[in-house]
Design a protein around this ligand. Structure first.
Ligand SMILES: Nc1ncnc2c1ncn2[C@@H]1O[C@H](COP(=O)(O)OP(=O)(O)OP(=O)(O)O)[C@@H](O)[C@H]1O
Length: 308
């Protein structure tokens, strides 16, 4: 079922506060954005930024204090049975029936939606858990449990899937393995909304990223545009044997030079000019080039280093 061309999600002036007047936490403080059909949309921010609260309101699990939400053309609140089968919500693994095996778990989820057991088994295969089908959920590794919870959210083939920090608490290798699975989720036109506090994850996976902090939306764009709009210097590192700090400063287009025992880093807003000069001087061996990152974007938006 399509949504007749409209956005999958539209959020206008959304607000939610917790606590009372003496101790009010504005968890979500006037947030507006929309998510296109088929988009991989990221909500990125440090702990407590309001990501989960935003997601729960869109999913219809929490009532907003103010603002409107349109999910697949309808209001998700009060709990809307017409929308529920069309969305998938990744449960945290603690919500599993942990005495069940992986196969029993996903087949149970499937049966709630009237989905055939064979389809559930296919999903185990697709997330790389076929060989863990008979393993009890509590014996799965962190990464395997996350895969199972993602498969459970997808088993009824929802049009929109919500993933709340799907790679939290995983080691870097397991996170990267999971990215492969996640990046394919929009292939068939499905819309994905993912929250994360990992900058690199948002950069790799998302078509667009909403950067949030203290309940407010600071910026919303594609990772490339966010970084491009930043006017952050490109950092070019060369090994110290290649040239001295003084020689580096003399390279045309270099703004600044950081020298330490391990390397010499040239900062420039004209990377092409600097790289051309380094090539002419035969200094390209062992070079590494680092452009701006979402971390730089966050720093320039908030004046603070990003701490997840
Ligand atoms: N049920 C609640 N009662 C009171 N305060 C809450 C409740 N849920 C969240 N908060 C507060 O609201 C703010 C936003 O929390 P939220 O969980 O939405 O942020 P988050 O960006 O998802 O953070 P995290 O990455 O840590 O999950 C935080 O200050 C949090 O302490």
């Amino acid at each position: 079922m399509t949504n007749s061309g409209g956005p999958a999600i539209e959020v206008v002036d959304l607000a939610k506060a917790y606590g009372d007047s003496r101790n009010l936490v504005r968890a979500v403080d006037g947030v507006t954005f929309s998510v296109a059909e088929g988009e991989f949309f990221g909500i990125l921010g440090p702990n407590g930024a309001g990501k989960t609260t935003t997601l729960e309101m869109i999913e219809g699990l929490r009532k907003p204090d103010a603002g409107t939400i349109t999910l697949l053309g309808q209001s998700p609140w009060p709990r809307n049975p017409a929308v529920l089968p069309r969305i998938g919500v990744q449960l945290q693994s603690t919500a599993f029936f942990d005495r069940l095996t992986a196969r029993e778990q996903i087949r149970t989820m499937a049966s709630l939606y009237g989905v055939q057991p064979a389809v559930a088994d296919e999903w185990l295969e697709r997330v790389g858990l076929a060989d863990k089908a008979d393993t009890r959920v509590w014996d799965l590794s962190g990464g395997q449990a996350q895969r199972l919870s993602i498969a459970c959210a997808l088993v009824h083939d929802p049009e929109v899937v919500f993933l709340d920090e799907p790679t939290a608490a995983l080691d870097p290798q397991a996170r990267r393995n999971l990215w492969e699975l996640l990046s394919g989720l929009t292939d068939s036109g499905r819309t994905v909304v993912l929250t994360t506090h990992y900058m690199d994850e948002a950069e790799v996976l998302c078509d667009r990223v909403a950067i949030v902090d203290h309940g407010r939306l600071l910026q919303l764009d594609s990772p490339a545009n966010l970084v491009r709009g930043l006017d952050a210097p490109t950092r070019i590192s060369v090994s110290p044997g290649q040239l001295t700090a003084d020689e580096a400063r003399a390279v045309p287009g270099v703004d600044d030079v950081d020298a330490d025992a391990g390397s010499i880093t040239l900062r420039t807003r004209e990377p092409a000019r600097v790289l051309t000069a380094l090539a002419e001087q035969q200094h390209l061996a062992g070079i590494s080039v680092q452009t701006g990152t979402l971390e730089d974007v966050f720093l320039s938006l908030t004046g603070r280093e990003y701490r997840a």
